[in-house]
Design a protein around this ligand. Structure first.
Ligand SMILES: [Zn+2]
Length: 380
């Protein structure tokens, strides 16, 4: 397992290195020469290189942490420590494997978050800052982290408890019920996320009437996109990067534009960005990705049902007496990594294909106005 993990890391580093060489080029590529000037290109390349260097260091550290977690038997040690906490600090009605697993997972997640803090800080306040992209204050960064932890507790406790209870109570065919549960959790999150979670971090307001709103509505109409709401999100309080996305239920969707996108782009450019996103919708990419994910999750759970009682798996990672389900699932995921890296290659290839498809689906709809269409036909 360690060998594979290192091998994978080396392969990824090699690929990043290849990309780094591309980021060292100083000449604007031919296809872009009409679009961007030398200064913009230089800045973009420098930003790419800085991000790549940062990725190299943070990747190295997280690789070292992964190796340490396995070779220093962090899982069994932390399992014992959290077990002792449970007895000492919690009332007896919280005893048992499920509460123990939840405390274990939360502590492990918290430790990972804390270890990641210096990198997150550097990323926002040094790297992004240097290139003028960072707009958030340290205070906002801290509140975001606290909110994130609170949310992971609020959702993690019920979802984690149900996950473990299903495995323990539904017998040998647990993987089927587990998959049904995972599917309903995903559906729940897809529905709840844009309505309840996004407003915890950002402010959404309706897009003001005007030429931009009309242009977006026209685009939605041309594509028969079921546009319910059209909103602006205050992305500018964190970063100068811009984006646009759509969310919501199949029959009533909302489009969300970043205020940074509106600020920095012409109306036609905003519509172009959005046209790409709606290209994804038109081609059914979100549903396709959801279906692929279901196959993936189902396979993982089905395979896990073969490994759940494998004594040697637990033994190899330092669990000689107990076989906690949550640990079994984590260890199983570790040994699944080789297969998973092949699957993620395939998923990446699919994502890439989808990006091109969305790009191709979009330009057809990129007609600024009906008048422009007719005049284009006349002149063209
Ligand atoms: Zn895309």
């Amino acid at each position: 397992m360690l060998g594979f993990s290192l091998g994978q890391y080396l392969l990824q580093s090699y690929l990043s290195f290849r990309q780094y060489k591309v980021l060292c080029r100083t000449k604007v590529p031919k296809t872009l020469q009409a679009e961007i000037d030398q200064t913009t290109f230089d800045k973009s390349q420098a930003y790419g290189r800085a991000k790549s260097q940062f990725g190299f260091v943070s990747g190295l550290v997280s690789q070292a942490i992964d190796v340490a977690v396995i070779s220093l038997d962090v899982y069994p040690k932390l399992w014992a420590i959290t077990g002792a906490w449970l007895i000492r600090y919690f009332p007896t009605r919280f005893s048992g494997e499920i509460p123990h697993s939840l405390i274990f997972i939360f502590t492990y997640g918290l430790a990972q978050t804390i270890l990641g803090l210096p990198f997150s800080y550097y990323n926002h306040f040094v790297l992004e800052e240097k290139f003028g992209f960072n707009k958030q204050t340290v205070q906002l960064w801290v509140t975001d982290i606290l909110k994130g932890q609170a949310l992971s507790l609020a959702f993690g406790v019920p979802i984690g408890s149900a996950f473990l209870a299903i495995i323990n109570k539904t017998g040998e065919k647990f993987f089927f019920y587990l998959w049904l549960f995972a599917l309903s959790v995903q559906m729940f999150i897809i529905t709840v996320y844009p309505i309840f979670i996004v407003p915890i971090f950002n402010k959404l307001s309706p897009l003001e009437p005007g030429p931009l709103k009309e242009a977006v509505e026209r685009l939605a109409q041309q594509l028969k996109f079921p546009l319910g709401e059209l909103q602006v999100i205050d992305g500018s309080k964190r970063s100068a990067h811009s984006n646009a996305y759509f969310a919501g239920l199949p029959w009533k969707k909302k489009i969300v534009l970043y205020d940074t996108l509106i600020e920095k782009s012409e109306k036609e450019e905003v519509v172009a960005v959005l046209a790409h996103e709606l290209g994804h919708w038109k081609m059914g990419h979100t549903s396709k990705q959801l279906i692929v994910a279901q196959f993936h999750i189902f396979t993982i759970f089905a395979l896990f049902s073969v490994f759940i009682n494998n004594r040697s798996l637990f033994n190899s990672f330092g669990f000689h007496y107990e076989q906690p389900t949550i640990i079994g699932f984590m260890l199983f995921n570790e040994i699944l990594a080789p297969a998973d890296s092949i699957i993620s290659l395939a998923v990446n290839a699919l994502t890439r294909k989808f990006e091109y498809e969305a790009g191709k689906a979009a330009p057809l709809q990129l007609l600024p106005s009906p008048q422009a269409t007719s005049s284009q036909y006349v002149t063209g």
